[in-house]
Design a protein around this ligand. Structure first.
Ligand code: MN
Length: 254
């Protein structure tokens, strides 16, 4: 199996090296990663200029590696162009968790989403860095176990995996939706000009069996995700009462 490994922290991140190393146990690995950090780039694609890449052979001996002047989603698109037989995309291991509503701005997860858009499987990996450096030696067996579980569950196309500092097990979870307080904090630069930091603070306690709950309790969190954002409940409600619109669409001349 050919596996593309990417991230949003950039090609020099130790998390990328750790994930690539584990990935070699499952197949042939190709690394295609951003040349600079692209954290919080979400699912941006580079559409207004061409993309270029350079080989990056020294960092990853024995693994084909490319650094791209683009976003995580670009890296997956370009990687799949370079190697169309890729069957799995692994993204991470991100230096920082991607829990709850952070999924919306995560570049790590966007790379996995891009794989799913192309019809192959994508798995995102993230771990906290706030209180200590991640111990990738300690995390690697859990990353390997998570990949093995997900390869056995082939119907899962997109999965968000978060690892605590010292995991004690693995749990299936749902996305926490009570974790967002995106606040702008004002400051001043040395020239006296105002500047603004975007910060995210926890609001409420983590819901049981959510991704945040799992990490707080020392478990690796695995959340299956989907790309269809349709609100089924709301759609079903309006479909029941749906009436024909009174606004008529004008006929388009042929
Ligand atoms: Mn990142």
């Amino acid at each position: 199996m050919k596996i593309l490994v990417t991230n949003d922290d950039g090609i020099y991140s130790p998390g990328l090296a750790a994930l690539a190393k584990v990935a070699t146990r499952f197949g042939e690995v190709i690394i295609v990663a951003p040349n600079v950090e692209q954290s919080s780039a979400s699912h941006a694609i580079t559409a207004s200029r061409p993309l270029t890449f350079k080989k990056s052979p020294i960092l990853f001996e024995g693994i084909e590696a490319h650094k791209v002047d683009g976003t995580p989603a670009d890296c997956v698109a370009l990687g799949m162009y370079l190697a169309p037989d890729i069957e799995l995309v692994l993204s991470g291991i991100n230096m920082g968790p991607n829990l709850g509503n952070a999924i919306w701005h995560s570049g790590t997860l966007a790379a996995a989403k891009q794989a799913t858009l192309f019809g192959i499987r994508g798995i995102a990996f993230s771990t906290p860095t706030k209180n200590a450096e991640p111990d990738f030696e300690l995390l690697s067996p859990f990353v390997e176990e998570a990949i093995r579980i997900l390869l056995d569950n082939s119907h899962m196309k997109l999965v968000n995996v978060n690892l605590p500092y010292r995991p004690t097990g693995i749990k299936w979870t749902r996305q926490s939706v009570q974790f967002y307080d995106g606040q702008i904090v004002e400051g001043q630069d040395p020239m006296g000009r105002k500047h603004y930091w975007f910060t995210v603070k926890p609001l409420d306690a983590a819901e049981p069996n959510s991704d945040r709950w799992a990490l707080l309790n020392g478990f690796v969190s695995m959340t299956p995700l989907r790309l269809d954002l349709t609100n089924e409940d709301e759609l079903n409600k309006v479909l029941v009462t749906q009436t024909t619109s009174s606004v008529e669409t004008p006929e388009v001349p042929h």
